[in-house]
Ligand binder design. Structure first.
Ligand code: SF4
Length: 346
């Protein structure tokens, strides 16, 4: 998988007051990429695109370098206490990305360069909750890995949490450029999660992301580096031969982890999150605009409508299909990863 290279870069002038901001601007200019100032990292004009598809793709090729203001973070229930704002969006183009409905028509990638200030805010929030442990999620609005080779921010954050006795960090990725993080002094305080899916689902719907086997290999390296490790299998889709496909995914994963596992490691240390495919009407309309040729199964007749908060109901699989998928997921997890923690199946 090629390293992410933006087609254009914008920066907030204030970002130049930070070494990382200065460095990034100089670096992208050095690469011959168009780099321009922007008034605000929230309202970026100058990204081309006439149709929804073009706007989406051009957004995904645009990097914005900004400064995070404010000393508090959004909450991130139920999996963590707070989001840790580092990066927004990602160059991947998954048709069912959970960010597609929240990031607007041009989902540009934004990185914040005032990492030390963000970490200082995380420290204050942690102190305010003592003696309890505070958990921060680093991937609530992004996949933070693709820009890591440029910023190094994730490594800095992992080492910061390594030194925090009463705070923990977690994030999830579909990307595989993990090498720079393997040496980080994480002290077991960061849970590194990979989002996986079976081959045919990734091929059909997760454009511009690494293949499952590459993600599995990256997970092996992360395990070898001693990180707490977890997996999100999502969205689980009843493609043709889904049982066989998902079993191959789990068995390949088990095989790779067994090769890389440190001595005395057991699969009881792993966590699994299973999420079946679901969609809202709004998400469906969005997907059809950006990916008019999509083959995603979104036929309401085949689904059960589940009422949600604030009127955002979702179309989920029918109860009998859901029960079948759940039984399969639990059985497979236990078969290949005995004792692993299943955080939830939804
Ligand atoms: S990799 Fe994650 S954040 Fe990026 S498009 Fe896919 S689902 Fe969205």
């Amino acid at each position: 998988m090629q390293k992410f290279l933006p087609a254009r870069v914008f920066y907030e002038p204030e970002a130049l007051e930070y070494p990382l901001g200065k460095d990034l601007v100089a670096r992208f200019r050095g690469l011959g990429i168009l780099v321009d100032a922007t008034g605000s990292h929230n309202r970026v004009t100058g990204i081309p695109g006439k149709t929804p598809g073009q706007s989406y793709r051009e957004g995904k090729h645009t990097l914005v370098i900004g400064v995070r203001k404010g000393k508090t973070f959004q909450s991130c229930k139920p999996s963590a206490h707070y989001q840790l704002p580092l990066v927004t969006s990602c160059p991947g183009m998954c048709e069912y990305c959970y960010l597609n409905t929240t990031l607007g028509k041009k989902p540009y990638i934004r990185v914040y360069v005032n990492v030390e200030e963000i970490l200082a805010a995380a420290r204050t929030l942690t102190e305010s909750r003592l003696p309890d442990i505070t958990i921060f999620e680093g991937a609530a609005t992004s996949d933070p890995l693709p820009v890591e080779d440029y910023t190094g921010s994730l490594k800095r954050v992992i080492e910061f949490f390594g030194q925090m006795e009463k705070a923990r960090f977690r994030f999830v990725t579909k990307f595989t450029n993990v090498d720079s993080l393997l040496e980080a002094k994480h002290e077991g305080h960061t849970r590194f999660r990979f989002s996986l899916n079976c081959d045919s689902v990734v091929k059909a719907y997760e454009h511009a992301t690494p293949r499952p086997q590459e993600r599995i290999q990256a997970a092996g390296k992360v395990l070898q580096a001693g990180y707490p490790l977890g997996f999100i299998i999502a969205p689980m889709i009843r493609v043709e031969g889904w049982r066989g496909e998902y079993e191959v995914l789990l068995s390949s994963l088990a095989e790779e982890l067994a090769k890389k596992a440190p001595e005395h490691w057991t699969s009881q240390n792993l966590s699994f999150e299973w999420i079946t495919h679901r969609y809202t009407t709004r998400a469906k309309n969005n997907i059809l605009e950006v990916f008019p040729e999509t083959t995603l199964p979104m036929d309401e007749e085949q689904r059960k409508y589940k009422y949600g908060q604030f009127g955002y109901g979702k179309y989920i699989y029918r109860p009998e299909e859901m029960a079948e998928m759940k039984e399969f997921a639990l059985e497979m997890t236990e078969k290949y990863f005995p004792g692993a923690k299943i955080e939830y199946f939804i």
